[in-house]
Design a binder for this molecule. Structure first.
Ligand SMILES: [Zn+2]
Length: 253
């Protein structure tokens, strides 16, 4: 059989953990808490082999140790964050590969939200797991990195194929959409806000999004566009300066 499945597991208030499975083998990305993860694994009779972390924040590693103990799973994360990722066993670095059975995950450094954030890109499945580096219509707050670092991280993500599915760490799409609209109000964002509302009223995630959709609507992806620079100041500012202004505006929104 060998079907590769991705399931979205809502955790805590607005976190998303992800369970990836191949037949009965499973891995979890960023287990925010154990309850919903164990429920899903048991209901589907899955054997948890790995726990992958995008970064060290408690709402991404909260389930690490308990799940490791219960399932004898191995924990993987950035080697540069080995002091901060609880229970880490497998140390990953940029451009290295992680293998889940025959499926290859590429490690991409995406600093900005934290200094050592990584994303997992599965080319064969057109999927990237970004943690809190980017969200649908947004990007992570800069707790440890500079705007310049975050802009470069976004540029790396943006360079992936348009049909790549983005699975991010939180359901922030509705509030992000309001921020986008506050700077760049247009027909597309109005329609998107209606679509988001329809989904959220039924408690359906707005995730995954795609690279194409983020390029079209996410103002943080558009810091290199003249029309966006004009809205912020004028088209002569650098891409990094435009990004910095967008990020500061969002922090104050
Ligand atoms: Zn975080």
């Amino acid at each position: 059989m060998n079907t590769f499945k991705i399931d979205i597991i809502p955790c805590l208030n607005d976190n998303y953990s992800y369970i990836l499975s191949i037949d009965k083998d499973a891995l979890v990305i960023d287990p925010a808490e154990v309850g919903p993860i164990i429920n899903f694994l048991e209901k589907n009779n899955l054997n948890l082999k790995y726990i992958l972390n995008t970064h060290h924040h408690f709402d991404h590693v909260g389930g690490n140790l308990e799940l490791k103990k219960k399932y004898k799973a191995l924990i993987a994360g950035s080697e540069r964050d080995k002091e901060r990722i609880p229970g880490i066993d497998i140390f990953l670095n940029e451009d290295e590969k992680f293998y889940f059975n025959q499926y290859e995950f590429e490690i991409i450094n995406v600093p900005g939200h934290t200094s050592e954030c990584i994303a997992y890109y599965i080319k064969s499945e057109n999927a990237i797991f970004t943690g809190d580096a980017v969200f649908s219509l947004g990007c992570g707050r800069l707790f440890e990195g500079s705007p310049k670092q975050m802009w470069h991280s976004i540029c790396k993500i943006k360079s992936l194929p348009d049909n790549t599915l983005i699975y991010c760490g939180h359901e922030y799409t509705a509030s992000n959409a309001k921020f986008v609209q506050s700077i760049n109000d247009n027909e597309q964002i109005k329609l998107k806000i209606i679509r988001i509302k329809e989904l959220r009223e039924k408690n359906i995630p707005t995730i995954p999004t795609t690279i194409a959709e983020e390029k079209e609507l996410n103002i943080f992806f558009q810091a290199d566009q003249d029309n966006i620079k004009d809205l912020l100041s004028n088209r002569n500012i650098s891409d990094e300066e435009a990004f910095t202004r967008i990020r500061s505006a969002k922090d104050a929104f």
